[in-house]
Design a protein around this ligand. Structure first.
Ligand code: GLN
Length: 479
C-alpha cells in the first residue's frame, strides 16, 4: 500500500473492506517512521501501545461486521502541545521533558473516539513559539521536500509527517500562523478554524486568546473531515462556542460560482517574493475562471499586525508560562539553596532562549508604567484589525492572500535574527488576532520545486465557505 497517498477515506475503506487491518496499517506506518523519520525528525514520541490498543478495537469492529466510525483505523499524528493521557507530552520543551499527563486533550479524545489511531507526538517549536521548528528543545525538523530547509513552524512536525507519508493527517496548533505557514512550506493543507470552534482543553497554553487547534492534511476533504470530528462546544473550555457545526464535507460540493473573493493590496507589498506573488496571482485568476468575482478590499491596519501580535502573544505567554515553576510540572533544578532559587534555576535551565525572550518581552509589556503604552495600545489596534476584516466581509465571502512571503528557507538562515523570523509572519497573524478562520492550500512551486501556499480567510464560523473555495481550487488544479 502506498502510504504517501492515503487519505482518510482510502485508509478507512481499506480497513473496512478487509484489504488490510488497522493493526497492519499502523505497523506499516511505524515501519515507515523508523525508516524515514531519522532524516526528517517529525516525531518526538511514539505511542505504540495506545495505537495498537485502538487498532485492535477497530479490527474487532470489522470482525463483528459493525460500521466503522469516520476515522476508523486512520493513522494520525498529534502536535506535542496537546496532552495525551499516559503518553509523554513535552510542548517541545525540556521543562516538560518527562511530563506524563493524566488526561487527554479534547481534540485528541474526539479523534480517537472517531476511530483514529494516534501514532505519536509530533515535534514543534518550544511552546509553539517559532516559525521554523528550530526552537524545539529536542531536535529540528527538516522539510521533506528539501532537507536543507525548514518545514516551517511551529507545527513543523505535523506538516512534515503529513507531507512525508508518516501520518494520514495530523493535528497542529495556530497562534500566529503555526498551522498555515508549515502547511505552505511543506506543500500540504492546513486549516485554522475560528477562535472557539474547537475546544482548547488540554492544549498547552501559549497565548490563550490566540490559540487554535486544527488539522494538517493532504486534501481539503480530509481537513473538512477532521474539523467535523473535533469541532463543537466542550464544557471543559468556556471559550469553546455553542455554535452548530455544519457538515463540512457535504458543504464542499456546493458550487463556488458567484462567490465574491476579496484581494487586499496590503498583502502584496514589500518583501513578497516574486515567485510567490506570481503563483498567488495565477491562483486568483483560476478562481475568477471558476466563476468567482474578484473584488479589491482594503485591510488598512495590516502594517501594525506584527507588533500587535508580538505584544499580545508575549504578554499572554508570560502569564501562562508562570505555572512552570519546578513545583507542579516537569523539570526541577537540583541543589537549589532556597525556594526562590529553585524557581529561578528550574526556569533558567528548563526554558530555551526564545521562550525566555518572549517571557521577558511579555513581562515588560504588562509591567506598571508600560501597560498602557504597549499592552493596552496593542489591544486597541487588535480591535482595528478585526474591524478591517468585518468591513471587508460585508463586501466579500472570502479573502485570498499568500500564506507566507517566501517559500521554505534554509535551516540556520534566520535563527540568529528573531526580528526577521517574526516579520515573516506578516500574512498569518492577522487572522489569529481577528479570530477568523483561514486555510492554506498548495498553489504551485518555486523554480527550486519548493511548495507555495495560498491562504483563504473567511468570516467568523464560516469555515464551510473557505473549505469550499479551497476544494474547488484543488479539484480544478489537480494533475
Ligand atoms: N511564528 C509565530 C510565533 O512565533 C506563530 C507561532 C504559532 O502560531 N504558534 O509566535
Amino acid at each position: 500500500m502506498d502510504l504517501d497517498s492515503l487519505t482518510i477515506d482510502s485508509a478507512r475503506t481499506a480497513v473496512a473492506e478487509r484489504k488490510t487491518t488497522a493493526t497492519a496499517l499502523a505497523e506499516a506506518f511505524y515501519d515507515k517512521i523508523q525508516k524515514d523519520d531519522p532524516q526528517i525528525g517529525a516525531y518526538l514520541i511514539l505511542s505504540k501501545n495506545r495505537a495498537m490498543e485502538t487498532a485492535g478495537r477497530i479490527d474487532r469492529l470489522v470482525a463483528q461486521g459493525a460500521d466503522l466510525p469516520p476515522l476508523g483505523g486512520v493513522p494520525v499524528g498529534i502536535k506535542d502541545v496537546m496532552v495525551t493521557r499516559g503518553v509523554r507530552s513535552t510542548a517541545g520543551s525540556k521543562i516538560l521533558g518527562n511530563y506524563i499527563p493524566p488526561y487527554d486533550c479534547t481534540a485528541v479524545a474526539r479523534m480517537e473516539a472517531a476511530g483514529a489511531i494516534v501514532l505519536g507526538k509530533l515535534n514543534c517549536d518550544e511552546f509553539a513559539m517559532g516559525s521554523s521548528n528550530e526552537n524545539s528543545a529536542f531536535h529540528p525538523v527538516r522539510n521533506p521536500r528539501d532537507t536543507s530547509r525548514v518545514p516551517g513552524g511551529s507545527s513543523g512536525g505535523s506538516a512534515a509527517a503529513v507531507a512525508a507519508g508518516m501520518a494520514v493527517v495530523a493535528l497542529g496548533s495556530d497562534t500566529g500562523g503555526s498551522i498555515r505557514q508549515p502547511a505552505s512550506f511543506c506543500g500540504v493543507v492546513g486549516l485554522m478554524p475560528t477562535y472557539g470552534r474547537v475546544s482548547r482543553y488540554g492544549l498547552i497554553a501559549f497565548a490563550s486568546s490566540l490559540d487554535h487547534i486544527g488539522p494538517l492534511a493532504r486534501t481539503v476533504k480530509d481537513a473538512a473531515i477532521v474539523l467535523r470530528t473535533i469541532a463543537g462546544r466542550d464544557p471543559m473550555d468556556s471559550t469553546s462556542a455553542d455554535v452548530p457545526v455544519p457538515d463540512y464535507v457535504a458543504e464542499l460540493e456546493k458550487p463556488i460560482r458567484g462567490l465574491k473573493i476579496g484581494v487586499a493590496k496590503e498583502y502584496f507589498g514589500e518583501g513578497l517574493d516574486s515567485e510567490v506573488r506570481n503563483a498567488v496571482e495565477t491562483a486568483i485568476e483560476k478562481l475568477r475562471s471558476l466563476g468567482c468575482e474578484i473584488v479589491p478590499v482594503s485591510l488598512l491596519h495590516t502594517e501594525y499586525a506584527i507588533p500587535t501580535y508580538y505584544i499580545v502573544a508575549t504578554a499572554e505567554a508570560s502569564s501562562n508560562l508562570a505555572r512552570f515553576d519546578g513545583v507542579r510540572y516537569g523539570y526541577r533544578a537540583r541543589n537549589a539553596r532556597a525556594l526562590s532559587d529553585m524557581y529561578r534555576r528550574s526556569r533558567d535551565e528548563g526554558f530555551g532562549a526564545e521562550v525566555k525572550r518572549r517571557i521577558m518581552l511579555g513581562t515588560y509589556a504588562l509591567s506598571a508604567g508600560y501597560y498602557d503604552a504597549y499592552y493596552l495600545k496593542a489591544q486597541k489596534v487588535r480591535t482595528l484589525l478585526t474591524r478591517d476584516f468585518d468591513e471587508a466581509f460585508k463586501k466579500v465571502d472570502a479573502i485570498v492572500t499568500p500564506t507566507s512571503p517566501t517559500a521554505a528557507f534554509k535551516l540556520g538562515e534566520k535563527v540568529n535574527d528573531p526580528l526577521a523570523m517574526y516579520l515573516a509572519d506578516i500574512y498569518t497573524v492577522t487572522a489569529d488576532l481577528a479570530g477568523i478562520p483561514g486555510i492554506s492550500i498548495p498553489c504551485g512551486e518555486t523554480h527550486e520545486k519548493l511548495p507555495i501556499g495560498l491562504q483563504i480567510l473567511g468570516r467568523h464560523f464560516d469555515e464551510a465557505t473557505i473549505l469550499r473555495v479551497a476544494h474547488a481550487y484543488e479539484q480544478a488544479t489537480a494533475s
